[in-house]
Design a protein around this ligand. Structure first.
Ligand SMILES: O=P(O)(O)OC[C@H]1O[C@H](O)[C@H](O)[C@@H](O)[C@@H]1O
Length: 557
């Protein structure tokens, strides 16, 4: 028997198809809630941690499920051997099979050493954390001085993808814990504008550049870092000063050394840390600098508590597993294309961007680990925005569009900025949107609100109807603390892993980003050569050649 069969060949999958056809698509949430006054109790789950302040409530009751469907989804997880695959991950087995690597971001936050996978490098985690602690404390307390003896007041994190999105998202989310007199810039894009704007706002005497790159070969990051170093040396002159102003976060010590970074200023991690799972590693140095090491540690511990929950909780109470199963119910049986992440917390404004990479780069795959092409959908399109902004932008489609778009709503019970009526108003929206999506507004209700004349206008009446039955998960936590954030991130990481386990794909490589990079490297000499007459013979299609010629004739001379 194959190790990673197509999910569609599983018995539970086939039965779910039948359940979808016989009743799944007709589940009516209004009726379901009326029939079962305890539906909220039945389908909500709590996450509590004894060692941190991380806790939250997840309400799954507004999903298009009944008891039979729910149980069948759990059987799917069993039959797909989710528990075995999860345990293999925690044990350090090389589950990233295309690259022959373990997947051990869980080891980065295993401070109490509950898992201790026997993999090379795991025993170095504590030492690296200690290095990050010492360094970040020195910078924050002013002991670390720039080349003219001044304290550091600005950091520029240079990285892209996983070496950017995690640190940006967390620094934004935990701003209430930030050292406010330390300015942090995050430069990722190869577009010179990104670096130029950061440099414009920085002083070479007081700026620390953090070059964050797992491979230390990424074109954007190396180009940006080189530009930053040139800019710095223009003022500092002597190359010896680079050591005070540049540090590297990487698994590639050799390349970082060649770039000119002092060994003492290197923070390393290991090839078993995926880029999009790396904020817990040395890649989190900018987070330590901004919020302080102790808060960073709380972030790790909150995530670790979620790791324990995922590892040790039976499937029917296992929050990441349930999120994964409901997601599969929509993606593969209801035919949904997208999934929205909607945090009602301004500090979480980059959360959806972060998990856009986390989810789409992990599960945007068509080939199973056995090398077969899937005959079902895998990872959904992830998008979202901090509430209530999204309500005034794209919620129209979620409420009345032709597509079914499942959404996760997240919100804190307490605000870091309790300002007059703001938080109650915010939360009233957080509560109202899932209610509106689930229960809608019937023709009868619409008509009641209209004048006798307007009631005759069938276009108007129909336009105001909300069909309802649009599924949501709601997640509430007391306050957005470092540990709560850590647990929420880990929860989604494990949701993504679980879905990948069921779909039989490798969620931990990203071969799909390579081809474009290779072609860009082929095109670049054509642009740098600048000879329009050479374009046609360069072996590109007529579209690429036509666009290249347009660029060469219109670019800055
Ligand atoms: O950290 P780096 O090696 O510079 O990689 C940065 C990013 O680029 C790659 O193309 C991958 O798609 C991402 O997963 C990765 O996070």
């Amino acid at each position: 028997m194959s190790q990673h069969p197509l999910a569609s060949s599983l018995q539970a999958w086939k039965e779910l198809e039948q359940l979808y056809a016989s009743k799944g698509k007709q589940i009516n949430l209004t009726k379901a809630f009326k029939d079962d006054p305890k539906r909220f109790e039945t389908y909500s789950r709590s996450f509590n941690s004894s060692k941190t302040d991380a806790s939250f409530l997840t309400d799954f009751s507004k999903n298009l499920i009944d008891d039979e469907i729910y149980k069948k989804l759990l059987s799917l997880a069993k039959e797909a051997k989710v528990e075995q695959q999860r345990d293999d991950m925690f044990a350090g087995k090389p589950i990233n099979s295309s690259e022959g690597r373990s997947v051990l971001h869980i080891a980065l936050r295993d401070l109490p050493q509950d898992f201790n996978p026997p993999v090379e490098g795991v025993d170095e985690v504590k030492g690296e954390l200690e290095h990050m602690k010492q360094f970040s404390e020195q910078v924050r307390n002013g002991q670390w001085k720039g080349y003219t003896g001044k304290q550091i007041d600005t950091i520029v994190n240079i990285g892209i993808g996983g070496s950017d999105l995690g640190p940006v998202m967390v620094c934004e989310a935990l701003k209430p814990y930030a050292k406010r007199d330390l300015t942090a810039h995050f430069v990722s894009n190869i577009d010179g504008t990104h670096m130029a704007e950061a440099l414009r706002a920085s002083n070479p005497e007081t700026t620390l550049f953090i070059v964050a790159s797992k491979t230390f070969t990424t074109q954007e990051t190396i180009t940006n870092a080189t530009t930053a170093r040139d800019w710095f040396l223009k003022s500092a002159g002597d190359k010896a000063h680079v050591a005070k102003h540049f540090v590297a976060l990487s698994t590639n010590v050799k390349a970082a050394t060649e770039f000119g970074i002092d060994k003492a200023n290197m923070f390393k991690f290991w090839d078993w840390v995926g880029g999009r799972y790396s904020l817990w590693s040395a890649i989190g140095l900018s987070i330590c600098l901004v919020i302080g090491y102790n808060n960073f540690e709380q972030l790790l511990l909150g995530a670790h508590e979620m790791d324990l929950h995922y590892k040790n909780t039976p499937l029917d109470k296992n929050i990441p597993v349930l999120l994964a199963l409901f997601g599969i119910w929509y993606t593969d049986f209801h035919g949904c294309q997208a999934h929205m992440l909607l945090p009602y917390d301004q500090y979480m404004c980059r959360f959806a961007d972060y998990f856009q990479q986390g989810d789409m780069e992990s599960n945007g795959k068509t080939i199973t680990k056995d090398g077969e092409r899937v005959n079902y959908e895998t990872g959904p399109i992830i998008a979202g925005q901090a509430g209530t902004n999204g309500q005034h932008a794209f919620y129209q489609e979620i409420h009345q569009g032709t597509r079914l778009i499942p959404c996760d709503f997240l919100a804190p019970a307490q605000s870091h900025n309790p300002l007059g009526p703001h938080h109650d108003i915010l939360i009233s929206n957080f509560l109202a949107q899932p209610e509106a999506l689930a229960f809608g507004k019937s023709e009868e209700e619409v008509k009641k609100e209209l004048s006798a004349q307007d009631q005759q206008n069938s276009f108007l009446v129909k336009s105001k109807i909300f069909e309802g039955n649009r599924p949501t998960n709601s997640i509430m936590f007391p306050k957005l603390t470092p540990a709560v954030l850590g647990a929420l991130i880990a929860m989604y990481e494990h949701k993504i892993a679980t879905q990948g386990f069921i779909w039989g794909i490798n969620s931990f490589d990203q071969m799909g980003v390579e081809l474009g990079k290779v072609l860009a490297k082929k095109i670049l000499p054509l642009l740098q050569g600048g000879d329009v007459s050479k374009v046609d013979g360069a072996g590109h299609d007529s579209s690429t050649s036509g666009l290249t010629k347009y660029y060469l004739t219109h670019r800055q001379k």
